[in-house]
Ligand binder design. Structure first.
Ligand code: GTP
Ligand code: MG
Length: 215
């Protein structure tokens, strides 16, 4: 089994795909063979998978063993409505065997498998399963991507507490964007006072790879 790393976030549009791509490149530079899946993507229409297409393209650049994969191998389940899977599927069932199959297919040729969630931890997949439960179902460690704007203390802590309540091993990364300049002044002091380290996307990505691999 490859090292499975489930990339989740405090919400949608925070930077899961961005950080997943950084990790794929950084793990490759370190000599690992990478794989990637996005088990469920919504907002897929006319054959365009906003995340799946990007991840597949990058995967083929980084790992030649993935040459024959198609986007449906990266994204085994997709829906057109850009909504939580439970809503996008009109309260349907998720076929978890398809997700297991996609994982197995790539684990035949990768050492590290990045798995990008949809939205945040409490996004409903079906009537019983939330995104956070899928992390356990696929036996992965988690990377929580958080934003850096005012409010990130609350958002990060809520997600961290949820992960801890389900005994999921995780690391946290701050994905600061250009307009997040206040982070060091208004939010980072809290994390520096209470956590051992703050990892920032891009600048700390190499260290983060090592931390994640050992979770
Ligand atoms: P969903 O999968 O739709 O839930 O979103 P996501 O969490 O994967 O977010 P994504 O990585 O797609 O990032 C959202 C938007 O912010 C995209 O347009 C990214 O290009 C942009 N973005 C993400 N991280 C950064 C960053 O660090 N810097 C800049 N400038 N843009 C970023
Ligand atoms: Mg994404």
């Amino acid at each position: 089994m490859a090292k499975r790393i489930f990339v989740t976030a405090t919400n949608t549009d925070i930077g899961k795909t961005y950080v997943t791509a950084l990790l794929m490149k950084a793990f490759t530079k370190k000599g690992y063979k990478v794989g990637v899946i996005k088990p469920v993507e919504t907002g897929v229409s006319d054959g365009v998978y906003p995340d799946g297409d990007l991840l597949l393209r990058l995967l083929k650049e980084l790992n030649p063993l993935a040459w024959s994969l198609e986007v449906e191998d990266i994204v085994p389940i997709s829906y057109e409505l850009p909504a939580a899977p439970l809503i996008a599927s009109d309260f349907g069932e998720i076929d978890y065997a398809k997700i297991d199959h996609a994982i197995m297919q790539q684990e035949a040729f990768c050492d590290v498998l990045l798995i990008e969630g949809a939205g945040g931890l409490y996004v409903p997949l079906d009537n019983e399963v939330m995104m956070i439960d899928l992390i356990q179902k696929v036996d992965a460690a988690a990377l929580l991507v958080t934003h850096c704007s005012l409010g990130c203390i609350n958002d990060a802590l809520l997600s961290q507490k949820a992960l801890e309540a389900q005994n999921i091993n995780y690391a946290t990364v701050f994905n600061c964007k250009a307009d997040d300049k206040s982070f060091e002044e208004v939010s980072a002091p809290y994390f520096r006072a209470t956590a051992k380290e703050i990892f920032k996307s891009a600048s700390d990505i190499d260290t983060l790879c090592d931390v994640l691999y050992n979770l």
